[in-house]
Every structure is written in C-alpha cells, then in structure tokens.
Write a protein that binds this ligand. Sequence first.
Ligand code: F6P
Length: 545
Amino acid sequence: MSHSITQLAEWKALKDHFSEIKKLHLKTLFQNDPHRFSRFSFVFNDEILLDFSKNIITEKTIHLLLNLAQALKLEEKRDAMFTGETINWTENRPVLHIALRNRSNTPIIVDGKDVMPEVNQVLSKMEFFSNAVRSGKWRGFTGKKIRTIINIGIGGSYLGPKMICEAMKPYADKNLSVRFISNVDATDFVHQVKNTNPEETLFIVASKSFTTQETMTNAMTAKHWIIEKLGNEKAVASHFVAVSTNIKRVEAFGISTENIFHFWDWVGGRYSWASAIGLPIVCYIGFDRFVELLAGAHDIDIHFKETPLDKNIPTIFALIGIWYTNFFGFETQAILPYDQHLKYLPLYLQQADMESNGKFVDFSGRTVDYQTGSIVWGETGTNGQHAFYQLIHQGTKIVPADFIGCVNSHHPMGDHHLKLMANFFAQTEALMRGETVEHKNMDTRLPHKVFYGNRPTTSILMKQLTPRNLGRLIALYEMKIFVQGIIWRINSFDQWGVELGKMLAKKILDEEQLLLNGQHVDLDTHDSSTKGLLRFFTQGSVSLG
Ligand code: F6P
C-alpha cells in the first residue's frame, strides 16, 4: 500500500460516521432499541456470553469497521498465519502458536515439513514427565518426592504459566506448590525459596533464548543454592529441567538432553503458554487438563479461521478496540476480572497486547500517522472499585473496560458470589447509564454527584472458569491482538523495542563493576542525569553544586 490507512475511503467513512455518533448516548441507544443486547451479543459454544452492547456502536459502525477490515485484507492475512507463511518478516519466521493447540492434528507445513509430529512428541514428553513428578516416580537427589516446582523465567516464559496456574488452582494437585522467580532483584529469589525444602524442589528454567539476563542470573543462583544445600554437584540433574529453543545453551548450563523440553522459533514468547513453556501448568493440573486448555484455545482458533467476519467474535472485539483507539482517541483499555482466580490476567494481557502492538512502523517501514496499541491495565473486581473506578466513572478520560466473570464460582460460599456479580452488573450499568441530578435547589455539591455515563464496557461471562473456557478466553484475546495488528499494518510478533535497554544495561553493568572496583570509567558517553545516578549508586554521594 503506497499510502497510509488514514487515506482509505473506508477510514474516511468511519471518520464521518464518528462525527454522527459522537453525540449519541448509550442510554438512548438502549432506549431506542429493545433488541440491542441480542443484536450485539454472542454466545460461544453455549459456554461464554460476550456482550458488546454497552459499547458506543451501532450496526452501521460495525458494518463500516468490517469494510475497513476487508479493505486491509484481514481474511487473507489470517489465512497466511494459519498456513505458516513468514508473517513475522522482521525476524523471518512464521507465527504458529495455533499449531501448539491444533487438536484436530491437521498438517501445518513449515519449510516443507509438517510440524505436528514434533508438537505431539514434545506434548508426550511433557505428559510423561509431569506424570513422573506428580506420582512421585521422579525423585530428588536424596530420594524425596517433589513438592515444590519453581519456574525461573520472565516475560512470556513467566506470565502465561503464572496466570494460568493461578486461574486453574481448583484443579491443582494439592500436594504440589508452584512458584515463580522472574525478577533479577534477588528479593524475588530469596522470597520464593524461603521455607522450601531443596530436597523436594524442582527448578524449571524457562527461556526461549536461554540468554535473558534475569533468567540466567536466577538459574545460576538456583544451581548454586541446590549444590550448596545438597552438598553435591550431581544433585543438579535431579533438580533442574529446562524449556528452550536453544538446546546448545541449555546443555552448556549443565542440563542434559533428556531433561530439555524443546520448542520452536515460530512460537513467540508471549504466545508460548501452550508450548513446553506450559510445563509448570502440566505438572500442577495434570496433562489431561492441560489438553483441555489447548482444546479451548483450538475452539477459538477454528472459530476465528472459519467464521465469516460479521460473526467472528475476536474480529468484532478487535474492531471495537480500533473504533475507540483511532476514532474516539481513547488511549487505555482496562481489564477487570470479577474472579479472584483471574487476578494475573491484566498483567498477562499487558504483555500480550503491549509487546505485540506497541509499534510505530508499518508494513511498508513508514512511521504511522495514527495510534496503535492501547495501554492495557487492570485489577480484579471488586478491589478496583474501591481504588480507581472513580476515574472511570467521572474522570476526564474515557476508559473502555472489559468485565470478565463467571456464572458459577469455584467457591460457592454463602452469598459471596451473588454479591460479586451484583457488583459486576451494577458497574457496567452505572457506567453506561450514568445519573443526572436535578438542580432544583442551590446545593453546590450537586454537580459533583452527576454521572455522565456513556462509558463503554464489554462483558464476558463464562459458565465456569474451566480449563477449556480459560483456553478460549486466552485465544480470544490473542486473536483480537492479531486482528488489530493487521488493521494497523504493524508486525505484532517482533519486539525490537526491548533491545536498546538490554544493550545499555550490559554496558552499564560493566561500568558499575569497574567503578565499584575503584577503576576509572569514562562516563562522558552518558547524559548528566545517568552519570549522576551512577555516581550516587557507586559512590554513595553526588555533587549537585
Ligand atoms: O525482553 C522481552 C522478551 O524477549 C519477551 O518477548 C520474552 O517473553 C521475554 O523477554 C523472555 O525471553 P526468553 O524466554 O527468551 O527468556
């Protein structure tokens, strides 16, 4: 395309439509259309209700957004992903996390070879290993059963497994605890190994590249910890396994081939939960339930691949986000799970979305003249209600919010769940409807009590947070992110933006070490602020005069 998407007739039609719609109030839209809920809602496989009706959209909005998607060849691009084309062209790779959960086993060809046999082989290895850990067949160096699994990894090698393990706690083996060490801050390590018996602890070192500074540092510390506690270097073999695409580096670390779980460069880190990166999940909830997670994601993959765009849930979900980002100019997206088990979902989606779509260069290498990825953030309901909802209700910024909850709780105690969900429904209604106050008297406080409303929300209501529904929920967001990347014409699958900081950190680490050893370092390559910070850090004082 030789020009920006903002020059497309379909984009301009949306701009014109925005001028018509921006004065409409959601309350009026509901009053004028008794069928609004059914018009803008979907039920997926009788299990998940997705209600888009409290968004500032009309049928014309969706129609025009779909025209835009078609003009940008969404279906063609989607098919390119599913058939293994090199759609992550800046890293020269296909994007095939869909192969990891391809439960129908239809061949997926990369470089002339079907990847499914290898995918299934790794799954079998994960099954065998997790059964051994769970049954006690796998023993620690001193012959004890494993009771604590500690995953060492960061980013995609951490957030997916952490979020899923927390969400799937009701299905977990009660004799196993799973912990995560991610931060290079030693506090993380110290806290996670506290009250752990090294004889009963298994470390999973998870890193796609096996070069990530934080993970390598924590893995080395863990290795020394095991050797010191168990008094023998040979203990490493019984207490460490690794998950990576970089077999050579894992072997150099001292983990033998049979304890390495492999995956492939066509799995992006933030899309890797369904690969061997999911090993802590398999150990925690068992292989059959992990397969249910995969099956749920596969359900959405198939739906996304085969459903016409006007009924295609991730597509509609994504297009509403485009509508807000590019026409209303809303900058953030809140994720508000009304389910304590989903407490890490906002964090997980933050990486999935922001690392994928936080880009300013388009397919043609041009700087975009429109907004891309949203700022994703959130917290569980009802906690958020007592913290930041004030701004969502009455602030000067509009924050589209996804409310996510379940019909059935895993902990049906008293009226807790009724109360929780009453709050979910009340919040979305209040945000939509608002409240005006009659100015009948001179009470100057009255304006402060006005809720303008018209604040958009999407409600996602699952029958229960089962492995299958969680798999569906994750894939729904993954595909939403994909669609948005196509509309914005950006590569959602690279992450060059993280490189500069990593490179500078390496250089600064060397400088810190030299300075602490009292050696001279030429800090003039840095700005005065960075120099000042480094001096204060290494010398304990800095002259401001
Ligand atoms: O620095 C960002 C990143 O590369 C993420 O994309 C990735 O999920 C994370 O670091 C961890 O990478 P790895 O799995 O290679 O250790």
